[in-house]
Ligand binder design. Structure first.
Ligand SMILES: *Cc1c(COP(=O)(O)O)cnc(C)c1O
Length: 463
């Protein structure tokens, strides 16, 4: 039996109409999109779960903030408001706005990484991996083995494998490890949380070898919620104090504010020590790439909405509702015997497409197959988080085999209702019942060299 849906701690004031195409129209649209869901028009998607990034609904306070945004080129009051909020929540001295997460990576990573260096993470997000490689370095994932078994229900499944981290540092030589990146929550492993214990242990290894420890903080608030729920030491600690504890162990962070800060555009870089040389270099790179350091590629109105969203995203009743939506969806999947990265993560369901289509090999992209079927079935747009997204080895150019073949249903914040969640579950159940009829996947007919999944063209494999 599905669990009870946790009621929304808000009501709806402004609405955006949705349109459902016919099945025949959807089949035509996805063909015209080269079987790549990134080429679909938003208006042709009934429920858009492509990403939870920048697709959030802002609050009345944030929209009021948009009107109050200070558009001064330098030293806008909205900038100071954002810096105050960032310092208060993360307890870092230097807060740098940027236009989104990858802009932060572009500004910061070349200051740590260059040719011959490696960066190690519990798991790199795709753009984060790309910026490691663009800086000339190589990216290595180091998640715990449990994360690779979608059926295995363990707490803090996004954790770093600390013993392996130390072994990798010894193998590559500490002087060649430019950065260790802790991604919270672990997006690519299914929005799985990382415990404070694991953060402490990973940071201790970095300290021992004098390697900078960095947080990729896109979903820091959802991670803090899981810590409060599942890590005994923190069950009576406030979300804000858990966040401060999380960030205490790192020296720097980059953050896509388009996730937990509940805005449509924005990002941050944080540096714990505001007097460091690093801050001067960040400011210089920011001025070249993003704009003057008091706006960092954002309009004053964006800075204002972000300053407000940072606090809304750490509100406990909001986080309970947010997690409640995931738990409700998970309970419906459990009832139907649909495999996903379990337990459910923080920002959506990562359906185990390999389990759904056991006969489709990784190089025919089972995660992409399920994403296409979901669009055909109910106009739901999702994406592959598997071999299709992972791409080719940068040295050998050969297709890599991912640890998972997931189809991600990323749930935007404060956007969809219980009825929408039911449509998602019903569509998956329908596809599962007919899954045996689908025995082949897709092949790539054109691809760019980096971040190919956004742009590649595909066609069905004929057998
Ligand atoms: C979204 C995301 C990024 C990149 O941020 P953008 O705002 O999309 O540029 C980096 N890391 C993680 C873990 C993310 O989820």
């Amino acid at each position: 039996m599905a669990i009870k849906y946790f009621p929304e701690p808000f009501r709806i004031k402004s609405v955006e109409p949705l349109r459902m195409l016919t099945r025949a129209e959807r089949e035509q649209k996805i063909k015209e999109a080269n079987y790549n869901l990134f080429y679909l028009k938003g208006e042709d998607c009934y429920i858009d779960l492509l990403t939870d990034s920048g697709t959030n609904a802002m609050s009345q306070e944030q929209w009021a903030g948009v009107m109050k945004g200070d558009e001064a080129y330098a030293g806008a009051s909205s900038y100071y408001k954002l810096v105050e909020a960032g310092r208060d929540i993360f307890n870092y001295e230097y807060i740098q706005p940027v236009h989104q997460g990858r802009a932060g990576e572009k500004v910061l990573f070349p200051l740590f990484l260059s040719k011959g260096k490696v960066a190690i993470s519990n798991m790199f997000f795709d753009t984060t991996r790309a910026h490691v490689e663009l800086a000339g370095a190589r990216a290595i994932d180091c998640v715990i083995e449990d994360a690779k078994d979608p059926a295995k229900r363990v707490k803090f499944k996004g954790n770093m494998d600390v013993a392996k981290l130390e072994a990798l540092i010894k193998e590559h030589g500490a002087e060649n490890v430019g950065l260790v990146v802790m991604t919270v929550t672990n997006n690519s492993a299914g929005g799985q949380p990382v415990s404070i214990k694991n953060i402490r242990e990973s940071a201790a290894v970095c300290k021992k070898y004098h390697i900078p420890f960095h947080i990729d903080a896109a979903r820091y608030a959802e991670n803090a919620f899981f810590i409060k729920r599942d890590e005994e030491e923190f069950k009576n600690t406030s979300i804000k104090d858990i966040i401060r504890e999380t960030f205490k162990y790192a020296e720097t962070f980059t953050m896509s504010a388009k996730k937990d800060a509940i805005v449509n555009m924005g990002g941050l870089i944080g540096v714990k020590d505001g007097n460091s040389d690093l801050v001067l270099k960040i400011k210089a790179n920011c001025i070249s790439f993003e704009g003057f350091f008091t706006y960092g590629g954002l309009a004053g109105r964006d800075l204002e909405a972000l300053a407000i969203g940072l606090y809304e995203g750490i509100d406990e009743s909001y986080l309970q509702y947010r997690n409640g939506q995931m738990e409700y969806l998970a309970s419906r999947l459990d009832d139907a015997g649909i495999a996903y990265q379990a337990p459910i993560g923080g920002h959506g369901a990562f359906i185990d497409a390999k389990a759904m289509f056991p006969n489709i090999p990784y190089y025919e992209f089972p995660g992409q197959v399920l994403a296409i079927e979901l669009y055909k079935e109910a106009g739901i747009r999702t994406c592959d988080i598997g071999s299709y997204m992972l791409g080719n080895d940068p040295d050998t150019k050969k297709q890599l085999k991912a640890d998972f073949e997931f189809t991600r249903l990323a749930i935007p914040r404060r956007v969809y209702t219980q009825a929408h969640i039911d449509i998602m579950a019903d569509a998956l159940i329908e596809i599962k019942q007919n899954a045996h009829k689908i025995t082949s996947g897709y092949k790539i007919t054109w691809e760019p060299p980096i971040l190919r999944h956004f742009q590649a063209h595909l066609e069905p494999v004929k057998k």
